[in-house]
Design a protein around this ligand. Structure first.
Ligand SMILES: [Zn+2]
Length: 287
């Protein structure tokens, strides 16, 4: 039987930017890695230098995801086709086809979609965002909550919104963030006189909240040998600034992101805080 890993994220680029190194490593080790991408990432406009190549921002983002999928070697990619909800409080939150709106008004629909994928692909390990959605993006929060519910319901024989046979994945993780680098960036922002609660192009990124919402790390995956593959996947998402990391020397990238951290949600950690080095540690792979 094979090892199977399912990532449940919201936008084309979440997979590469968030955990490209880990994906490259597990694919290289023969793990079947699959992805849920719940929205088409269709908020915003086509960057000027890419005008003319794509009719819509949706086409552009999905083409970038296809590029990253090829580079990383996903076994399956499930797209749910929701509209990108934009940052919290923006008008696109109210689009009935957006993920956030659907999550507020018809959450069972989203949960069922995730359960269907889990029951079809039978991953032993599932990874999604942390409870703050990394940086507070409503789509990240929606898919995190839906995935956590689906993780439990997929194995529940009495849950019959989905007509597929029950399957219970063994472990659930949240993606961690490089805490030291974030704290360093916070210090730099303060030194520059910037307000960490109003960062980003649209001043809608609360950097302080990102740090306040960091969760404990229970697993660290060494991805130092996979920095090139990670960078190639990032570069596919050119409209989102992918490929920019190559401005930094590789030794610095390895230092900051060479070990990708994860928070274990299920099974609940017993408090001894022994750091796992493999997301598949302790699983039985014949189920
Ligand atoms: Zn995202």
């Amino acid at each position: 039987m094979s090892k199977r890993l399912l990532l449940s994220f919201a936008h084309p680029d979440d997979e590469s930017f968030g955990m490209g190194g880990t994906i490259a490593r597990y694919v290289n080790e023969g793990v079947e890695v699959s992805l849920i991408c719940a929205t088409d990432g269709d908020v915003g406009t086509i960057p000027e230098e890419m005008q003319g190549q794509f009719a819509t921002i949706r086409e552009l983002r999905l083409a970038e995801l296809e590029c990253a999928s090829q580079k990383l070697g996903f076994s399956h990619v499930a797209t749910f086709g929701y509209r990108d909800s934009g940052m919290m409080g923006s008008e696109s939150n109210d689009d009935p086809n957006s993920l956030w709106y659907t999550w507020q008004h018809d959450p069972d629909r989203v949960v069922k979609q995730v359960v269907d994928v889990i029951r079809d692909l039978k991953p032993q390990v599932v990874v999604t965002f942390n409870q703050y959605g990394g940086y507070g993006h409503p789509d990240h929060i929606a898919i995190q909550q839906a995935t956590e519910k689906a993780f439990t319901l997929a194995g529940d024989a009495s849950y019959n919104d989905s007509d597929k046979p029950p399957y219970h994945p063994q472990k659930l993780y949240y993606t961690g963030l490089p805490a030291l680098a974030l704290r360093f960036m916070l210090m730099v922002m303060r030194l520059r006189g910037q307000d960490p609660r109003r960062m980003g192009v649209n001043k809608d990124l609360d950097f302080q909240a990102v740090i306040d919402n960091l969760e404990p790390i229970h697993a660290r995956i060494n991805v130092r040998d996979y920095m090139d593959a990670w960078e190639e996947a990032n570069a596919c998402h050119r409209s989102q600034g992918g490929g920019m990391n190559s401005r930094f020397p590789r030794w610095l990238q390895k230092l900051v992101t060479g070990n990708q951290g994860y928070t274990r949600v299920q099974p609940v950690p017993n408090g001894t805080r022994a750091i796992e080095r493999d997301l598949f540690a302790g699983i039985s792979i014949d189920s």
